[in-house]
Design a protein around this ligand. Structure first.
Ligand code: SAH
Length: 409
């Protein structure tokens, strides 16, 4: 494999062990993949399914499309940008990261220079004074080019020299489509506050790398490794293999990316998501992509599925023959369940409801193998079998593992 000879392969990050971002940059990539494979194989030994070969990245460096720096001052008073040291709020100045998009990195460095030149007040977490706290840059692929969103997180609204700042930054990086000032005046480890003020462009960027246009707003969830996301979604599609009559439930759908991806091959997709902002983005994405066979529901996924199971039970009780089938169609009872919960996994009630509904095919996407195995055990108790297990290396050089698993009954 060509990537094996890439000189970057054994590049050791000079901040390794300090920032907590990545832990394996000194290890050749193939070795990292083998180590991850071994971990998953071991974990899946009791599942009754042989894990497939992990899908590695073609270029495992500079993949992150979401890049964050906290601003601070060093002991000499120079403005630095960097990350919090592991388990602390001390800032380590970082001028280069092996995982982040290179241009995003350069944009933040340029902001640091502008801040120094124009003597911007840097926020101090102890005294809670100063102005500039963080910068977040997000990257989208649009018409084959990279486009950028810059979010300047400040402690207050009043932005001295704002117009000059915007002019300088846009001139240095014409690929910046939007700049947003986000106000965060709380004592918190969250980067973004609630209020956004758009100071250039539309306040969002659009990514079309998956063949659909997806709007990305400052706080919306969007997979952080575009190359590998394509592999993950293709794997999910293959495992789901929907036919034109199938109804799909995309549970924990975020901005609706997976459901949108599958909508062309199915009769109908319902997306369920707890975060109202993500649902708003999902609805706007459906419109943008002119997809008419998708709907979104803002709800806790467990509550939604439990209620659906109750309604299906009532239908079985009250109706017969055609009437029963028609009513079930109306309820959009899924033939295929695609689920992508957060690290904590699903709930036992969610799994019970899926089994009660008699859903025959389930594709479980997980970013945490421990909760995945826990949930698989519950599915097995309900009569499901693990058919395929496909790991995807979404986060090279880190310990994280992503998987797509097919369960059937
Ligand atoms: N499938 C999407 C997002 C996966 S991230 C994608 O690939 O982009 C997990 C999502 O689950 C997040 O958007 C989060 O807001 C949502 N979520 C978390 N808890 C939830 C719950 N109890 N019910 C529904 N959605 C939930």
């Amino acid at each position: 494999m060509s990537r094996k000879n890439d000189p970057d392969d054994i590049e050791q990050c000079s901040y390794a062990g300090k920032c907590g971002g990545c832990s394996h940059t000194g290890i050749p990539y193939e070795e990292q993949l083998n180590a991850k494979q071994e971990r998953i194989d071991k974990l899946f030994r009791s599942s009754g399914c042989r894990v497939e070969r992990i899908l590695g990245a073609d270029s495992p460096f500079h993949y992150r499309n979401k890049v964050h720096s906290v601003f601070s001052r060093d002991k000499k008073g120079n403005i630095i940008r960097g990350m919090y040291a592991q388990d602390s709020h001390d800032v380590i100045g970082i001028s280069r990261c092996l995982l982040e998009d290179k241009t995003a990195d350069t944009i933040i460095e340029e902001i640091r220079k502008i801040a120094s030149k124009y003597k911007m007040r840097i926020y101090d977490e102890d005294s809670r004074t100063g102005f500039l706290r963080h910068v977040l840059v997000r990257v989208a692929q649009y018409h084959g080019e990279k486009r950028y969103m810059v979010v300047i997180v400040t402690s207050q609204v009043d932005f001295e020299g704002k117009n000059n700042f915007v002019k300088l930054l846009k001139k240095a990086f014409p690929a910046i489509d939007t700049i947003i000032q986000n106000i965060n005046n709380k004592r918190t480890s969250m980067i973004l506050g609630e209020r956004n003020i758009v100071i250039l462009g539309k306040g969002y960027i659009i990514d079309d790398s998956l063949g659909f246009g997806f709007r990305i707003s400052p706080s919306a969830f969007f997979q952080i490794n575009p190359q590998q996301t394509r592999k993950l979604y293709n794997a999910a599609m293959e495992l789901a293999s929907p036919s034109p009559d199938d109804t799909i439930l995309d549970a924990y759908c975020g901005t609706g990316t997976i459901g949108t991806f599958m909508s062309r091959k199915a009769a109908h997709v319902t997306g369920v998501e707890l975060n109202p902002d993500a649902v708003k983005d999902a609805l706007s994405n459906a419109k943008r992509n002119r997809i008419e066979n998708i709907s979104f529901i803002c709800s806790d996924a467990t509550e939604y599925l439990k209620e659906l199971a109750i309604k299906a039970g009532e239908t079985d009780h009250e109706k017969t023959g055609h009437d029963r089938n028609d009513r079930k169609k109306e309820l959009l009872i899924p033939d295929i369940l695609c689920m992508d919960p957060p690290r904590s996994g699903a709930t036992p009630e969610f799994i019970n409801a899926a089994a009660e509904l008699g859903i025959k095919r389930i594709v479980y996407i997980s970013c945490n193998p421990d909760t995945l195995i826990r949930d698989i055990d519950l599915f097995k108790k309900k009569g499901y079998k693990v058919e395929r297990a496909v790991p995807v290396d979404m986060f090279p050089h880190t310990d994280h593992i992503e998987m797509a698993v097919k369960l059937s009954k």
